[in-house]
Ligand binder design. Structure first.
Ligand SMILES: Nc1ncnc2c1ncn2[C@@H]1O[C@H](COP(=O)(O)OS(=O)(=O)O)[C@@H](OP(=O)(O)O)[C@H]1O
Length: 305
């Protein structure tokens, strides 16, 4: 039932987008682009009034870096850790933080604990109360080249976003940060400053690809969940790209082929020119090389030929 209503919401977004002209699909709030089909200025402004609970869990991911992947893992972990105590399904305890939802703040107040908030917002735009209350924040990053390619395909497949006529055109927008939720590099720089805080855990898409079971276990430990090895294994098996994309029609309806594309590391090599690759290398060198997050991204392994 809960999944059905989630799919109904996604379908509505598709329908609403079809009736809009390209220039009506985006708006800017405090210098950042957002899609009009799911966000509005009123909701973004009202986020500052969010009443945070100590046991809330936040999942923060720059677009296309593994939001839906980590979302499923989190939901499964919460579900497993709360088994027998759960009266509602995981989907009924989660909320996309910045999305416009009817009666949003009333709905949020009524969500049972532990609530899961998912967001693409920049660190600075996440309500301060989240950090003051020291709730658990899981952050997922992905190498910038694959994130850019995934974002390009998403723009072109998703009716809620304007299409680009070429990869080259999108690449320039990605590099200048003129994409929804703004610059990848600004997001990474901001999180790099907070990597050592005990309530924050940063993982990468590539680490999840390398050792999914190990990452699921680390997330469980971070959340303070003590689960059997078998349970961790089952959650990891259900979170492979194969397994999630096989079920995606059920879980995401029409949005499935838009969200579950390739799920690979290194797809950037199919689109990047040598010059574009060097441009990202230079940007990475300028802002992230030698930083803790920069090192965690294993740039040389995943972003060099
Ligand atoms: N289980 C699993 N394993 C590996 N990869 C996965 C998985 N689930 C989703 N994906 C890939 O993640 C990309 C979508 O990222 P997001 O979920 O962050 O997209 S969104 O910002 O919420 O629209 C998108 O990447 P690309 O395939 O490169 O486009 C998805 O295919």
């Amino acid at each position: 039932m809960a999944t059905e209503s989630f799919i109904t919401e996604l379908d509505k977004v598709f329908e609403e987008a079809k009736g809009k002209k390209p220039e009506e699909l985006l708006f800017t709030y405090k210098g950042v682009l957002y899609p009009t089909t799911v966000c509005d200025a009123e909701t973004l402004q009202a986020l500052n009034t969010l009443e945070v609970r100590k046991d809330d869990v936040f999942l923060v991911v720059y677009p296309k870096c593994g939001t839906n992947w980590a979302r499923q893992i989190l939901n499964d972990l919460v579900s497993a850790a709360s088994k027998n105590k759960l009266e509602v399904s995981p989907v009924e305890r989660e909320q996309m933080l910045e999305f416009r939802v009817p009666e949003k703040f009333q709905k949020i107040k009524n969500l049972p604990s532990p609530r899961i908030f998912i967001t693409h917002l920049h660190y600075d735009n996440i309500p301060k109360a989240v950090f003051e209350a020291k709730v658990k924040v899981l952050v997922v990053f992905r190498n910038p080249k694959d994130a850019a390619v995934s974002y390009y395909h998403f723009y072109n497949k998703n009716p809620s976003l304007p299409s680009f006529t070429s990869w080259d055109e999108f690449f320039q927008k990605f590099m200048s940060g003129e994409v929804c939720w703004s610059s990848y590099f600004d997001h990474a720089l901001a999180w790099n400053e907070h990597m050592d805080e005990e309530n924050i855990m940063i993982i990468t898409y590539e680490e999840m690809k390398e050792n999914l079971r190990g990452e699921v276990k680390q997330i469980a430990d971070f959340l303070g969940f003590s689960l059997s090895e078998e349970m961790i294994q089952t959650i990891a098996e259900n979170a492979t790209f194969q397994s999630m994309s096989n079920k995606s029609q059920e879980t995401h309806g029409k949005f499935a082929p838009v969200l579950f594309r390739k799920g690979d590391v290194g797809d950037w090599k199919n689109l990047f020119t040598e010059a574009q690759s060097q441009e990202v290398d230079a940007k990475f060198e300028e802002c992230l090389a030698g930083t803790k997050l920069g090192t965690k991204l294993k740039y040389d392994k995943y972003c060099k030929y």
